[in-house]
Design a protein around this ligand. Sequence first.
Ligand code: GLN
Length: 502
Amino acid sequence: MTDALDMTATQLRDAIAAGDVSAGEATRACLDAIERTDGQLACFNEVYADRATQQADRIDQRLAAGESVGALGGVPVAVKDNMCTAYGRTTCASRMLAEFRAPYTATAVTKLEAAGAVILGKTNMDEFAMGSSTEHSAVAPTRNPWDTSRVPGGSSGGSAAAVASRQCPAALGSDTGGSIRQPAALCGVVGFKPTYGRVSRYGLVAFGSSLDQIGPVTRDVRDAALLSAVIAGHDPHDSTSIDRPVPDYAADVHTPVEPLRIGMPREWFTDALDGEIAAALRRAAKTYERHGAELVHVSLPHSRIDVADDGALSSYAVSCYYIVCMAEASSNLARYDGVQYGHRTDQAGGDIVEMLCRSRAEGFGEEVKRRVMLGTYTLSAGYYDAYYNKALKVRRLIARDFQQAFERCDVLLCPATPSVAFELGSKTDDPMAMYLQDIYTNSLNLAGLPGLSLPIALSDSGLPIGMQLIGPALGEQTVLRAARMYETISDAADHKPSVTAS
Ligand code: GLN
């Protein structure tokens, strides 16, 4: 069933509807692909083989009965392991939740299933979505299918590597500071983070509640539009979800944006950016220009990157993001105490406080502990104004820069990552180096804006380079159409990674 594995979600949906391939065959092809390649990659924490097969067979029965089966009828989709499902486990790749069975299903997943998608299983991630390499997973580090000695990015590394290696045509990820776009860029696939609130967070295990957003990881922009249209929309269970109609993103994704004004943030095209990535992005900008787009230079002063004399990078956006996300994480993770939720220590003796401390010490990994401690610190009396309140003010300035930039352009063309995929283990001992992976991604989470990363080139070392397109709030359609435009006009060939199931 190699054919089904090479198809995009849209192609597969159409082939299933036309009777060229059955939903059962497509699902079995993915299950078989996972079986063959996941030993090398560790993309999946759990696979729902029986349930997925039954779901697919039911789609085939409904098709045989002449029923319509939805916008994703029979398409196998993987879901990041921080989205609750009333079946299987939802572990966040943490020892804390190793045995957690959620009593309900996340709205985004319910919507996928209502549209006929078959849920294959849960994908690996950095523990509680904290990280940029999937090496903070308590299960195993996921590997990059382009080079298994390198990381796939994170925290949605399992989703990106699964889609890149053709274990499945599409997956959901979550993005708090770049966790969909960065792994998509490092694995050579498309990752899209919609506007904050566009997709319900109900059933998404909370990390930084004012930043978290669910979105698709796919092999092309057409599929990103298809999945986004399915999962977006207001949800009474999430009061931060936006109550506005959802356009059918897929229907007009092929319509070019004309005229198209592309903004290039001056502060992001500096020496801090890898030369090969900068060159690839400039080529992409020229390609747009040749097809009628206008390039304008814009400024994002509060997202600028400073390079110290010793070469160390810093940015207000990264500092601001880590203060906000750690503060929110420290509060969100208070519920894992071995009583309300999560692992409880086996060690007898002591009082309830000791039990709680031991449970948390055993359940959480190093990075999660670091963030809970730093987050608690920035929220504590005496430090709150100096750190947390100041970060909120900087956040406002970062958002205002974007607003001003969008007065002069329709989308921003930017890097997605400062470099191509790095070697496993090369940044695990240096949290700051890991945090700086988000230097081009997290300022738009702070501003709540939509951003998409798509593959545009391969480096000399044969690794994917991503381009990030950013839109104004609720500008999903513009971002998707501009990205699709590039996909159709560019000659970026359909490269394949070295570990692939098809
Ligand atoms: N790398 C960022 C962090 O570690 C982003 C994570 C995310 O988007 N979930 O917080």
